[in-house]
Design a protein around this ligand. Structure first.
Ligand SMILES: Nc1ncnc2c1ncn2[C@@H]1O[C@H](COP(=O)(O)OP(=O)(O)OP(=O)(O)O)[C@@H](O)[C@H]1O
Length: 260
């Protein structure tokens, strides 16, 4: 399959204190259709900025994002985005938050309710439909965010450290659920994490970003699926892949520090 997302010489800079801060300096990245691509990289190297641009929420300073070889200039329903922070509406209950993209798409009440119920079941939030975001735990909020992203039935999922703030056990649980959702779905995923173990458990490919979004390392991950974290993490191949990515991250960080 070909690339579903392709960035071509993507530049992004911000003006700050009369200075131009370059965040992305000519990023060329392709995401193969149906793949699970993971980006890791030191803090501040431009990962979230890249995802914002690919989501159509921010414009590049120059260069272009192509989605199915068409320039992407604004958000698209085919692309779901789960940001680092919860963006649920505090005044809407969980059911109504999840139904929001369906309302935007103009689905009728009955269809909306059916689809919302399915999603609530899928992410394990049965019984919490009428709760408001402030009444839920961090893990439940992530589940609700996931359901809301999926409600628009996107074919591509952009996920920015979605499980970063969760405890290790819950993180493992949600990683497993995400893999179950993704397996056989044909969906393409572009996923950001700081956690090498998470990258290796989930990804078909791990891309390491250095300063200004430069790609310092790119490895295809061939561990057979379904993957089980408990067994995978004790395998020699896992340990050696972990070491390679760790080394790449060390040089990425050094490169970033040298630029400062
Ligand atoms: N709207 C903005 N205005 C000015 N600077 C910005 C803006 N958005 C991001 N930046 C800067 O761009 C750089 C990259 O930020 P970005 O959030 O993309 O990094 P990141 O790799 O995702 O970091 P982290 O891993 O910590 O989330 C940072 O130095 C940040 O301060």
């Amino acid at each position: 399959m070909g690339a579903i997302i392709r960035t071509e010489q993507l530049y992004k800079s911000f003006g700050r204190d009369n200075q131009e801060i370059v965040v992305l300096a000519g990023v060329n990245l392709e995401v193969e259709e149906g793949s699970f691509t993971v980006i890791v990289g030191p803090s501040g190297c431009g990962k979230s900025t890249l995802l914002n641009i690919v989501a159509g929420l921010a414009a590049p300073t120059s260069g272009c994002v192509y989605y199915r070889e068409t320039p992407l200039l604004s958000p698209r329903l085919e692309i779901g985005y789960l940001t680092q922070k919860d963006t649920l509406m505090p005044w809407r209950n969980i059911e109504s938050n999840i139904a929001m993209p369906l309302e935007i798409r103009g689905l009728g009440k009955v269809e909306r309710r059916e689809r919302t119920n399915e999603l609530i079941q899928l992410v394990g939030l049965k019984g919490f439909e009428k709760h408001y975001p402030h009444e839920l735990s961090g893990g439940m909020l992530r589940r609700a965010g996931l359901a809301r992203m999926l409600s628009a039935t996107p074919e591509t999922l952009l996920m920015d450290e979605p499980f970063g703030a969760l405890d290790a056990q819950l993180r493992l649980e949600l990683q497993g659920e995400l893999l179950n959702l993704w397996t056989g779905s044909g969906k393409s995923v572009l996923f950001i994490t700081h956690d090498i173990e998470e990258a290796l458990l989930l990804g078909d490919r791990v891309v390491v970003f250095g300063s200004e979004g430069s790609i310092v390392y790119d490895e295809a991950i061939f561990f057979p699926r379904p993957r089980d974290a408990a067994t995978l993490r004790f395998q020699t191949e896992f340990a050696t892949a972990h070491q390679r990515i760790w080394n790449a991250l060390v040089s990425a960080r050094m490169q970033q520090e040298a630029k400062r």
